[in-house]
Design a binder for this molecule. Structure first.
Ligand code: ATP
Ligand code: MG
Length: 174
């Protein structure tokens, strides 16, 4: 299925409203239309976990900036928070099952340590990858990158849209 990333992200942020009321969440897109090919429930799960973490590990009033942008080969979604951040050297371990950071600043925050392991599995299964940049006490930026759709896939269908100067045709967009 072709998935329209912006509407998925809007829906997730909307669903988080009860939590999100204490945070300022913005979604910014560089693209007229951002489409990825994938499993809708899984992609929703991945974004939900990442946005949920940004909310959970940020103080009240923190800003969370979600951005959609492209690079040469990839379509990226980044979720940047002004939260607790991640200690140096711990970033790679976060994606291991059940791994949680045990710092006094987050001891009271509950969780199983599975969220990011699941995100990584989903993103990998879609041919993408997840990376993180973070500074302890400053904030974190998680980036999910997906392979761009090839022209061939895009033109073999029937709903038209434009991205930059190029027009595409797409069959099923949800
Ligand atoms: P859950 O299974 O409920 O998601 P969790 O949030 O502890 O539990 P992960 O989502 O896998 O598990 O995250 C692993 C650890 O990485 C967390 O315990 C937290 O310390 C750290 N972490 C994840 N996201 C952020 C973030 N946005 N800012 C700071 N730390 C984070
Ligand atoms: Mg989590």
């Amino acid at each position: 299925k072709y998935l329209e990333v912006l509407s998925i992200l809007r829906k997730i942020v909307d669903n988080q409203k009860v939590n999100a009321i204490k945070h300022k969440i913005t979604i910014k897109s560089d693209l007229n239309q951002a489409i990825i090919l994938g499993d809708k429930l899984k992609i929703e799960q991945a974004f939900t976990n990442i946005i949920g973490n940004a909310i959970k590990y940020s103080p009240e009033g923190g800003t969370i900036q979600i951005s959609i942008y492209e690079e040469t080969e990839t379509l990226n979604v980044s979720v940047k928070d002004e939260g607790l951040g991640i200690p140096e050297g711990e970033s790679a371990k976060l994606f291991n099952k059940f791994y949680r950071i045990d710092n006094s600043d987050r001891r009271k925050i509950g969780g199983t340590g599975l969220g990011l392991a699941i995100v990584q599995e989903i993103v990998n299964a879609h041919g993408g990858k997840i990376t993180v940049q973070s500074q302890l006490g400053v904030g974190s930026n998680f980036t999910l990158s997906f392979p761009k759709l090839s022209m061939e896939v895009q033109t073999s269908n029937n709903k038209e849209y434009t991205q930059g100067k190029v027009s595409y045709r797409i069959a099923v967009v949800e």
